[in-house]
Design a protein around this ligand. Structure first.
Ligand code: ADP
Ligand code: ZN
Length: 513
């Protein structure tokens, strides 16, 4: 006879009811069935194993990939009276924890996959009663996933050694392929998969090409009160950005793994406590941070994948109030990402390439951003969400194929070694010492884009061609053909551009009429 979870939910956690799929997940776990819960960030995954750990006799072993994450969870669980401990290399009370486990005094025991997969740990687990295996961030088990951790693959023998102990795998970010992989690798039946809706209706998605990112983010801050996170790609970049944004008058902090641990912890604590702070961070920031009132998340560059984007933007608006997610991307981000893919092991390249293409589609679409996100995770979605930049301000799409062809021809005729600015001069027929010396003024492409309409399209076209891998930039910014060039020149592939509607530049102070 399974236990009734409601009294525990109310007495231990103080919540009046379950949220979303929590009830389904908890009921399966209490019935002893193996389960995969795919739930978006903020949906309340931890409760799905914490509650059974209290309700069931025995200890729930939680496999978690990051020590910092485990300690956050430990603190949160202990705060509501759950008997929890972590068993990691930095814990000095390991002997005490082992004793408590043997005496059956632990509801939750957190371990890293490296330890969990070892023989000594298996022997330890044989010495007391187990209630459940919870495998957090379960997408780490999949090579297809974006955070592959080989040690997750070694968990299976441990799980199989205790066939009567139910397993619960949890993840926020798994596309279809990754989900199938998790079920397979951890021995969970298909019908054991429970997927929560991915929509976060209160988050407004916006995506723009970079055009002086610091100024763009300054504008975003000016129109968005409340605390916010700015994701910056490099450690040095986070500090520079924090300094630049301090000029807005809002308190700012930097956060990255290279900071002194005390400074880092203090910056994080300051941010969590503040109502208007802007923290400029690498993607190391965010996991396990429980701050429900983050009002915006900005990406000062392309995120790693749609999964990463969804997870990072998901830190906005957990309280359900309106929040903004604004990404600023550059064509060079795509070029760099493509280069990185060339450097990973061959077996993973196809998956990485598919992921980058999906990200490109999200960035380039003139349609609803939310629809693309939700479809990516297998959710149904309406054509128009009413709360993304493209739905609120539909962009016009224009056919720029002719200009794209002219651009490619100019790149080709000039020998595939010049940058965007020079090609632009050639197309518009701007004479210079350089073009004279190179003899480029005699080329048929010199000055073939004379109209103002065409000229306005040149830079956006160059960006679109880089994004599609029709052009590649070498280390010196010189453009050369990529595999996508041929289809545009020879096979009638069209290049359409979206023209963002002009957003009123915010007028500050006096002077607006
Ligand atoms: P996730 O791990 O899925 O990102 P968390 O487990 O951190 O989410 O939970 C997110 C927030 O939701 C936490 O503040 C948690 O206390 C709260 N929460 C979880 N379950 C419920 C519930 N049933 N009712 C109200 N709040 C809940
Ligand atoms: Zn939309």
């Amino acid at each position: 006879m399974p236990v009734d979870p409601l009294p525990v939910l109310q007495s231990t956690f103080g919540f009046p009811g379950f949220r979303g799929v929590q009830a389904d997940v908890v009921h399966r776990v209490l019935a002893g069935e193996n389960t995969l819960a795919v739930m978006p960030t903020g949906a309340g995954k931890s409760l799905c194993y914490q509650l059974p750990s209290v309700a069931l006799e025995g200890t729930c072993v939680v496999v978690s990939p990051l020590i910092a994450l485990m300690h956050d969870q430990l603190r949160a669980a202990s705060a509501i009276g759950i008997r929890a401990a972590t068993l990691t290399s930095v814990d000095i009370d390991q002997m005490e924890t082992i004793k408590r486990f043997r005496r059956g005094e632990l509801d939750l025991l957190y371990v890293a996959p490296e330890r969990a997969s070892g023989g000594a740990f298996r022997d330890l687990l044989s010495q007391a009663k187990l209630a459940l295996f919870a495998i957090d961030e379960a997408h780490c088990v999949s090579e297809w996933g974006h955070d592959f951790r080989p040690d997750y693959r070694l968990l299976r023998p441990l799980l199989d050694h205790f066939p009567d102990v139910p397993r619960l795998a949890l993840t926020a970010t798994a596309d279809e392929h990754t989900r199938a992989d998790i079920l397979d690798q951890l021995g969970i039946p298909r019908e054991g998969m429970i997927v929560a809706g991915f929509d976060r209706p209160n988050i407004q998605y916006r995506i723009s090409p970079k055009d002086n990112t610091t100024r763009q983010i300054t504008d975003l801050i000016a129109e968005t009160p409340g605390a916010g996170i700015v994701y910056v790609q490099s450690r040095a970049g986070t500090e520079k950005m924090a300094e630049a944004l301090a000029k807005t008058g809002r308190p700012t902090r930097a956060y990255h793994a290279g900071l002194d641990p005390h400074v880092r912890a203090r910056n994080q604590a300051d941010f969590v406590a503040s109502e208007d702070m802007v923290i400029c961070a690498t993607v190391a920031f965010g996991m396990g941070i429980d701050k429900p009132d983050v009002r915006f998340v900005a990406h000062a560059g392309l995120p790693k994948s749609i999964e990463a984007y969804y997870q990072e933007t998901g830190r906005a608006g957990r309280d359900g109030d309106p929040a903004v997610a604004h990404m600023f991307w550059g064509a060079e981000d795509f070029a760099k990402a493509r280069q990185r893919i060339g450097e990973v092991e061959p077996a993973r390249q196809a998956g990485e390439r598919t992921r980058l293409t999906a990200l490109g589609a999200l960035v380039e679409t003139p349609g609803c951003r939310r629809r693309i996100l939700l479809k990516h995770f297998g959710d149904d979605a309406p054509e128009n969400c009413g709360n993304c930049d493209n739905c609120l301000n539909p962009p016009a799409a224009i056919d720029a194929t002719e200009v794209a062809r002219k651009f490619l021809s100019a790149v080709f005729r000039t020998g595939q070694s010049f940058g965007i600015g020079y090609i632009e001069q050639v197309l518009t027929g701007v004479s210079s010492e350089r073009s004279l010396m190179n003899g480029h003024e005699a080329l048929g492409v010199f000055g073939i884009a004379p109209s103002a309409e065409e000229q306005a399209l040149i830079k956006p076209v160059a960006r679109a061609l880089l994004l599609r891998d029709a052009l590649r930039a070498n280390d010196f910014g010189g453009l050369e053909f990529g595999p996508g060039a041929r289809a545009i020149l020879k096979e009638n592939e069209t290049v359409s551009l979206i023209v963002p509607p002009k957003r009123e530049r915010r007028t500050r102070g006096r002077g607006s009429s």
